[in-house]
Structures are given as structure tokens and as C-alpha cells.
Design a protein around this ligand. Sequence first.
Ligand code: MG
Length: 358
Amino acid sequence: MFDVIIAANGISSRMGFDKLSAGIGTKTVIDRTVNAFRDIPEIDKIILVSNVAYDISGVVCVKGGSTRQESVKLGLEAVTSDYVLIHDGARPFVSRDLIISVMNTAKEKGCAVPCIPSSDSIRTVKDGKIIGGIDRATSFLVQTPQGFNSNSIKYAFEKAELSGKSYTDESEMYSKFIAPCHTVTGENANRKLTTPADFFGLNARIGTGYDVHRRQDGKKLKLCGLEIPCEFGLLAHSDGDVCLHAVMDALLTAVGERDIGVFFPDVDERYKDADSAELLKTVLKILNDKNAEIISLNLTVIAQKPKLSNHIEKMRSNLSALLNIDSQKISISATTSENLGIIADGNAIAAIAAAVVI
Ligand code: MG
């Protein structure tokens, strides 16, 4: 009853790379978009319009034109079902509920266009000045998939071609040549990936790390690779830098690796009195080999003694140098344990780290 046209012939000019081949998790954008339409009983076939030979099974491939309008028209030539859904290849988050909602309304009314209210005000701007406003109560953002009676939208395309004008999407054309479009409620998540910033967060991974070491008198205290004036150090096989240990575990787990106990066992003589900053270099190499980049790092130090507030900035800049990232990406907080538990009386120092990598 429905064919689906997926418009996948955009040139990603605002992206700088083929956004449809980009990965989101373990799938590409275009894979996710196509998969959204698979296994819906009323969908007869999926027509992928693109000049890129994507490796996707179970779709009808049609070469695209030089504009979106031309590409969709070429896709329409392959449509044989009574109704058609037309969808942007760069909207991989469309839900099955929205697709079904568009299909139901299109069958009933001949046309269905998902819209969401605009949360920002919309103004008309000319030469850097606001010259008019559009009432937010009646302003909506138009999404895809848009559903149409196949013969009607084909007719609208013929009329559009004769008019010589270009239209931003099929709903504008349908409204112009057939009838006002019926709307269904769109979804905020159904956003279009347009700029690299739209991808931010989609592949981000989080890692956490925790470490604690008991006090050792007569040893130097090192935190974030920095010697901190203190009456005690921390008992450990290595230099006992509890902060760097938590940071390393956060980084390793963010890229799916095991913890530092696996990489640098405390029974291994090679790591006796090891400089944790040196161990961190190995961890950074692991991240580098996985093409992972640190987006942000947060560290919380829990210590009753010494008082750390005057050292936080120096610890931060040292950590920034060790990780070779901007200090703005790092935040460090310090707290006491209210003299409770293992941290009380300066008997131990603990650290918790959280890292986001992409
Ligand atoms: Mg440790």
C-alpha cells in the first residue's frame, strides 16, 4: 500500500563529509534511517535515491538528480503503490509510531505532514534588522516522513516542473497544487543531522574510575602528577597518585577497556614505585590507537587532610598538560568525608573520575 522514498542525495555541504555514511554507534546514519521503515507490513518497498552506492540490502536504488526536487521526482518514477512516504535520509531517529501515524492520516486524508511547534520565536530579518514577526502560536517546524496519495503528489511534481519554480519540500508543492496539507504531531527526536555539531554526543562514551589509598608516613604525596605539601604520602605499589589512578580507570572504561589493575598489576615488579604520569602515557596511547578524544574530564578528590583548595588550579593545569587537552575540559573538586569512615583523620585519600570521550 505504501512505497517509501528516502532522499539520500544531499551533498552534505554544511557537514564537510558524507553524513549518511557517518557512524552512530555501530550503524551508519543511512542504515538507521532505512531500518526505521523495515518490517512494517503495509510498506511494499523502500526506494533509496542516491548517487552514492551505499551497501544496504533490500532496497530499490535509484540515481539522484542535481536537486532534492529532481531526486524525489526520479524516486517517484519507481513508485507503484497507492501511497508514498517521502523521508530525509538524514533523519535517522524517526520512530515507528510517527511513521504509522503519518501512514494512517495519509490514507484517511490523502496527505500527512509531521510538524512540531517552534520553541524559539521566529522573526523576519533583513540587513541585520528584525523587520517583522511571525506568530509563534501558528508557527510550526516541518519534518519528514511526509505521506501522500501517490497520484496526487506525482501530479503536483508535474505542475511544479511546468511552473519552473523550486520548492523546499513536498508539502509546499502539495499545498500549492493539490490542497492544504493535513498535519500530524512530529517528534523532537526526529531531527535532521545537518552540521557536525548535530553529531556531538551521539558517539560519546562515559567512563568512571574510583581509587583509594591509605596514608603512608614518610612518603611524598602526589596528586595529578604534582607533589602536594603534606605530612604523609599514600601507601601503594606505585607512587600512589590516587587521582591519576581514578583518571586512568575512567579513560580506559570509556573506551571499553579493563582497569589499570589489569594493565599495570601491583604484583608486577616493573610497576614498583612507578610514576603514575608514565602509566598515563600508556593509557593515552590506548585511546589514541582507538581514535578516541577526551571531551571532558571531572575529578573529585575526597580527603580530610591536606586542605586542597589552594592546589586545585595547579592540579588542573598539570592534568591538562599530562593529558594534552585544554584545561577548560577538566574540572576538579575537593571534598572531605566529614571525618567519617576510611577517610577520617587523614587515614586515606580517595578520588572519583568521570570521563567523556568521543
Ligand atoms: Mg591506585
